[in-house]
Design a protein around this ligand. Structure first.
Ligand code: ADP
Ligand code: MG
Length: 252
């Protein structure tokens, strides 16, 4: 079977305004792809469409996850199918502690009637928090409520580490992180790289890609992928900016 996250000619609108205009991209299992692009090019729109955000309407094209129609799935089904999105602006969930949130998410993945092993769950969560340099007090706090920007981003990565998705999309996880936190987060991602998993790393800056070295780099502009290259493309963009590429005539 063709195991990949496959985005085919995706068109999506918000408030009737087209944002994604024929985006095509395939991330096979085992690979790390990066999407770079100027602000406003549609990076977060892509991420939210994949996650099933209700404000974004797909008008054409499709997305499959290991051959299954991702867009036909409910939001929770997408998660159980192995899809994960780390948001650029993580949501706060007042009244739900981090520990309970993660526990419920893990429980939802177990076969019906099977109970989570609480001791093993906490042991694993603490171990992963230690690796991310997160204080244990974050287990008892409401999800992301009052967290600093950097704490929210680490918390997104903790969720990813606990859910062990097959396909993880990271939307500007680097923004709001200082260099030490960025390295810790990148180590967490790199430790999860495996032939059974794929990552789509969305970033405006090349810096993150020094630490999470991608197999393929795509440039998103005006709702379409206009250029694809190897990891060296990120360095080229850092050096030359986006103009040289966005002003290139787009092949019909
Ligand atoms: P990026 O993440 O690449 O910076 P976005 O996907 O956030 O870009 O935004 C792409 C375009 O879509 C922008 O022009 C933005 O203003 C518009 N857009 C995104 N979400 C909304 C929304 N909910 N309502 C109105 N416009 C939106
Ligand atoms: Mg964005």
């Amino acid at each position: 079977m063709n195991e990949s996250l496959k985005i085919d000619n995706l068109h999506a609108s918000v408030d009737g305004q087209p944002i994604l205009k024929g985006l095509t991209l395939e991330v096979p299992k085992g690979e790390v792809h990066a999407i770079m692009g100027p602000n406003g090019s549609g990076k977060s729109t892509l991420a939210k469409v994949l996650a099933g955000h209700e404000d974004y309407g797909v008008t054409e094209g499709g997305v499959t996850l290991d051959g299954e129609d991702l867009l036909a799935m409910e939001v929770d089904e997408r998660s159980r199918a192995g899809f994960f999105l780390a948001f650029q602006y993580p949501h706060e969930i007042p009244g739900v502690t981090n520990a309970n949130f993660l526990r419920a998410a893990r429980q939802a993945r177990l076969p019906k009637g099977e109970e989570i092993d609480a001791v093993a769950f906490y042991r694993e969560m603490y171990e992963k928090m230690d690796r991310l340099g997160m204080d244990r007090k974050f287990t008892g706090r409401s999800v992301n409520e009052g967290f600093s920007g950097g704490e929210k981003k680490r918390n997104e990565i903790l969720q990813m580490m606990m859910l062990e998705p097959k396909y993880a999309v990271l939307d500007e996880t680097d923004s709001g992180l200082d260099i030490d936190a960025l390295k810790i987060v990148a180590e967490g991602v790199n430790a999860m790289r495996s032939p059974e998993r794929a990552f789509l790393v969305i970033t405006h800056y090349q810096r993150l890609l020094d630490y999470i070295v991608p197999d393929v780099v795509h440039v998103l502009h005006n709702g379409r992928i206009i250029h694809t290259g190897g990891k060296e493309l990120a360095l080229e963009l850092e050096e030359k900016g986006y103009d040289w590429i966005t002003k290139e005539p787009v092949a019909a």
